[in-house]
Design a protein around this ligand. Structure first.
Ligand code: GLY
Length: 299
């Protein structure tokens, strides 16, 4: 017989702070949690981040289990071990790697998501196809109706495709200094869009969708990707009602945000596409190249 206690947490990006983690830790202390207990998170990525962080620090570490219930957390954040909270000055500025002992994914929980939240998760799935699995891109094109209807068999299939890609990358490069960075396809601009709009205008997946469109545009401009592949990517984003452009932004502000990206070394690092299913990590991208591309992306 397993005894458990629930701790409910408000899951917002603004509430994902060290203060909230402290409150959870104090509640666990009040309830008498010991080093023999476990942390089980049930929810989306913010829940996994906060619960995982608590598991990493409580009495120097408790075993962690994730039960992700959103599409983005099922295909991406539930494995790989990244946990963390925001500081006043930076998203996920306090973080570490805490791997779950086990992850339980039930695609049936996706039926409870509203349409916008559900579809925004598709952007991460498209990302997985683009960086590593052309068959997944074909599946998303050919089975769009089943995916939109949230049919369990197709969901199980595509979630598995994504998890497998992430598992392979994380096993090679756990700490995210090498090949794991390709998981950031579309995220450099996506994160900049989120911070420039105070995390209010776009859901994470929607900002990533615009980021994917931009990274694909940049890939064409850099001479890596065929224009026809770019058009195919835009059609796929459209098919799922995901945004692929954004007009009313200030390119200079976006560049500032890109500079604050914690993964930057000296020049800008962008993950670009050579073709659908194959990436290139370009660490030499100059500001004016991004600026120019942003300007013609805006038109
Ligand atoms: N979500 C990207 C990563 O875990 O590396």
């Amino acid at each position: 017989m397993i005894e458990y206690d629930n701790i409910s947490v408000e899951c917002t990006e603004a509430g994902k702070t060290f203060l909230s983690v402290g409150t959870i830790v104090d509640t666990m202390l009040d309830k008498g949690f010991s080093r023999h207990d476990y942390v089980v998170t049930i929810g989306g990525g913010i829940m996994g981040d906060m619960g995982g962080f608590v598991a990493g620090i409580y009495m120097r570490g408790l075993p962690l289990f994730h039960i992700p219930t959103t599409l983005i957390s099922q295909v991406d954040s539930c494995i790989g071990g990244k946990v963390g909270v925001n500081s006043v000055k930076g998203k996920n500025a306090l973080g570490m790697f805490v791997h779950p002992q086990s992850v339980l994914i039930d695609p049936g929980t996706l039926l409870s998501l509203d349409e916008r939240n559900y579809l925004s998760g598709i952007a991460e799935i498209i990302k997985y196809g683009l960086i590593r699995n052309p068959d997944l891109v074909c599946k998303l094109e050919q089975c769009a109706t089943a995916v939109q209807r949230r049919e369990i068999d197709i969901l199980r299939d595509i979630i598995w495709d994504c998890i497998l890609i992430k598992k392979q990358l994380v096993e090679i490069d756990e700490k995210d200094f090498g090949i794991r960075r390709i998981l950031n396809y579309g995220h450099t601009l996506g994160h900049a869009i989120e911070s420039n709009t105070d995390y209010k205008r776009y859901l994470h997946g929607e900002a990533i969708s615009i980021g994917i469109a931009f990274a694909s545009h940049l890939s064409v401009k850099a001479g890596y990707l065929d224009k026809s592949d770019y058009m195919r990517i835009i059609r796929l984003l459209d098919l799922y009602g995901l945004p692929s452009s954004w007009i009313d932004f200030n390119p200079e502000n976006l560049i500032d945000s890109i500079h604050r990206d914690k993964k930057r070394k000296t020049k800008n690092t962008m993950i670009l596409l050579k073709k659908i299913g194959e990436t290139i990590i370009d660490e030499e991208i100059e500001d004016n190249h991004i600026l120019e591309s942003l300007k013609d992306f805006r038109i």
